[in-house]
Write a protein that binds this ligand. Structure first.
Ligand SMILES: [Zn+2]
Length: 678
């Protein structure tokens, strides 16, 4: 979900929280859509529209103890989990003959659910990997140990993957990128404020306890945790910050294998690629060359034993949820409670449904689609997408700050956007992936190796534009700048985003704005640097680029002034792409709605005009409660603003909103200046 390099242009970010205990089957609850009872009509819409649209919901929906955020889309997410649980419980039953997919998803899920079996085995399933780390005799063995761990999706030292070549989107190339940290961002290691120091201390204590669970005795666990902290801090110092990484030019450095070898010689790269199974790599993208220079020094200057401890820590961390309760609980205490403020683990079945979705997402997703999303859903959504694209076309025509040449290119790019709705045309083939009932960790390892191989097999081949980055039940959406396509999984095409029996105004404020949001990502500070074919190429005249940046800067200032927690400000630069997509998206949806309602009778419903209901529809999608810890984490790492500012930030920039609610200059929901790009 939104982890690939440029594919961060999604509707929101998820921070997986671990879980355990209780297995119970719940029938999927009906999801409430747009609801007047969610409002707080005592609030003044011109003073705090978010409170007006969501105050009732916020008061009635405290954060459940097993969550760090609770919002409308979490309600929908839980609904989808319950649908998936029913599918998986059926597939797990061996009472009837099962087909290949049912065997895989059913046995993966059942193995994950078997907590007693997992506890009984203790640390034994990790033995093979831990033995390999134990057997590293010198630093020349390190690259091969790394390779094993990378195959298992363990985040040690750097990331190795496949991506479209940013400057030739028809080809997939190999890429190495910075990685290797256990905290959510480099800043956690480098900032000096009291909160960051406190988190670092708690992190070290957590690493120490995990090492102790692995058998590090007495002082060795504490010394090991210090060594891990030292290595990761040094890696963090060489890492590019999150905001800088948003500029695609900062993370594109195509090099020969020999050039990479001169930056970071401890890995014999050519042999590494051959042995990992991608022979013939001559050039690749080294996303952050300075990181690899730093990595070389870290390896040279660290003691071999410390490097081995670092690798053990990352391995146990990567598989913690599939280990006995003591490991899973320790993992949750830090990553769930300390970092996000969740008080309890999610029930085990939710964690296992999520794990199956990550491991076998398209086998499971196929069944989800059969149960929930017909061809009618696809047809109606596509109609809406076309409406919004039409609005973008007329918006571009009206824009006064672009020169005709650049505008022409913008139309070409818009015309080339491909729409993907609901689910893939071709389902992924998992037939070579072996899932064994009762072997929870083995299944996880094999699923991760399968995915790693699948990724690497793309290298040197044409880019597959039909592929999906999200599974069908996912409540999210994304724009992919290298494919120039917008993607809406079946999971999000339901209330509160879209309701069959709701008036157009509310649906356009919900899913309509989501569609507009993804579409305008093609034209945000990041997306605008790619052309219609998905190539990183500057198609803007310098004059137009300057005009764009001037307008974008208005958003940076506006959102940087928002404080989710007293004293903690949003990072307007980090959230720029998402904020401009929200602003552009809602405006396009409004234009499309006006076009749809043209020449129609538009009576008030529940006392509200269509314009008022449109903005309420947008507001209610974002009703949420968030722990203070999660608000802080998000402000540091999340490119999306919190719900409150996604609503108030956008409406305060729209004269159409101010007209709908009769707000006047000087009131908080009338931004001065009002920011607008699209
Ligand atoms: Zn987005």
């Amino acid at each position: 979900m939104c982890f690939a390099r440029f594919r961060t242009a999604c509707l929101f970010a998820f921070f997986p929280v671990s879980a355990s205990l209780l297995a119970q089957s719940e029938p999927p609850k009906k999801i409430e859509g747009f609801d007047l009872k969610s409002m707080d009509t005592t609030a003044d819409p011109c003073v705090d529209f978010y409170q007006y649209a969501c105050g009732g919901w916020i008061a009635k929906n405290p954060i459940p103890p097993d969550r760090a955020v609770w919002g409308r889309f979490n309600e929908l997410g839980d609904h989808n989990l319950a649908v998936l649980q029913n599918i998986l419980e059926k597939a797990a039953s061996t009472a009837k003959p099962r087909d290949g997919s049912e065997q895989k998803i059913g046995d993966f899920y059942a193995s994950c659910m078997d907590e007693a079996g997992i506890d009984k085995k203790g640390a034994a399933p990790m033995k093979a990997e831990l033995d390999h780390i134990h057997d590293i005799a010198s630093k020349t063995d390190l690259p091969w140990a790394l390779m094993r761990l990378h195959r298992l999706d363990v985040n040690v030292f750097f990331r190795f993957n496949a991506n479209p070549d940013a400057k030739d989107s028809t080809k997939t190339i190999a890429e190495v990128a910075q990685g290797g940290l256990g905290l959510p961002d480099r800043d956690y290691y480098l900032k000096d404020d009291a909160k960051s120091k406190e988190i670092r201390e708690k992190y070290m204590a957590h690493v120490q306890r995990m090492l102790a669970l692995l058998g590090y005795e007495g002082d060795k666990a504490a010394a090991g945790a210090q060594a891990v902290m030292k290595i990761e801090t040094d890696l963090a110092k060489g890492s590019l910050d999150r905001t800088a990484r948003r500029n695609p030019n900062n993370v594109y450095h195509k090099m020969s294998v020999a050039e990479l070898a001169s930056l970071c010689p401890f890995v014999p790269w050519q042999k590494y690629f051959d042995r990992i199974g991608v022979g013939g790599v001559e050039s690749l993208n080294v996303a952050e060359p300075s990181f690899f220079r730093g990595l070389e020094s870290v390896v040279v200057l660290s003691k071999l034993d410390d490097l081995k401890t670092y690798m053990r820590w990352h391995y146990v961390h990567a598989v913690a949820e599939f280990l006995p309760a003591a490991f899973a609980k320790e993992n949750f205490d830090f990553y769930g409670t300390t970092l996000t403020g969740a008080k309890e683990m999610l029930p085990r079945w939710k964690r296992c449904v999520g794990a199956t979705d990550r491991a076998l997402g398209e086998d499971l997703g196929k069944k989800f689609v059969e149960e929930t999303f017909g061809t009618e859903g696809k047809r109606r959504t596509l109609e809406l997408v076309h409406e919004i694209e039409k609005a973008m076309d007329s918006d571009l025509k009206q824009v006064t700050w672009m020169t005709p040449e650049t505008k022409k290119q913008a139309f070409v790019k818009l015309e080339a956007v491909a729409n993907k709705i609901g689910y893939p045309d071709h389902w992924r083939d998992y037939s070579t992936l072996e899932i064994v009932r009762g072997d929870a960790l083995g299944n996880l390892d094999r699923a991760r190796q399968f995915e790693f191989r699948r990724e690497l097999e793309k290298i040197g081949k044409p880019v597959d534009r039909t592929e999906w980055e999200m599974t069908p039940p996912t409540v999210n959406a994304y724009y992919d700048p290298q494919m120039n396509n917008i993607n809406f999984p079946a999971g999000i095409l339901q209330p509160p985003f879209y309701e069959n029996n709701m008036d157009d105004a509310v649906n356009y404020g919900g899913i309509g704005a989501v569609i507009g949001h993804e579409l305008t990502h093609g034209f945000d500070d990041e997306g605008r640097q790619f052309d219609g074919h998905g190539n990183l190429q500057d198609w803007w005249t310098p004059e137009d680029a300057k005009e764009f940046e001037k307008r974008a800067e208005c958003f940076v200032k506006e959102y940087s002034s928002f404080e989710p927690v007293p004293g903690v400000h949003l990072n307007g630069q980090l959230t720029l792409g998402e904020n401009s997509a929200d602003n552009g998206g809602l405006r396009l949806a409004f234009m499309a709605l006006m076009d749809t309602l043209k020449n129609k009778q538009t009576p008030k419903i529940d006392g509200f005009t269509p314009e008022q209901r449109f903005f309420l529809g947008w507001g209610q999608v974002w009703c949420q409660n968030t722990t203070e810890q999660m608000s802080r984490l998000s402000a540091n790492v999340n490119p999306h603003s919190p719900g409150k500012f996604r609503v108030n930030g956008v409406v305060s920039n729209m004269p159409e909103f101010q007209k709908a609610y009769s707000c006047h200059l000087g009131q908080p929901m009338v931004a001065n200046p009002a920011c607008r790009v699209w």
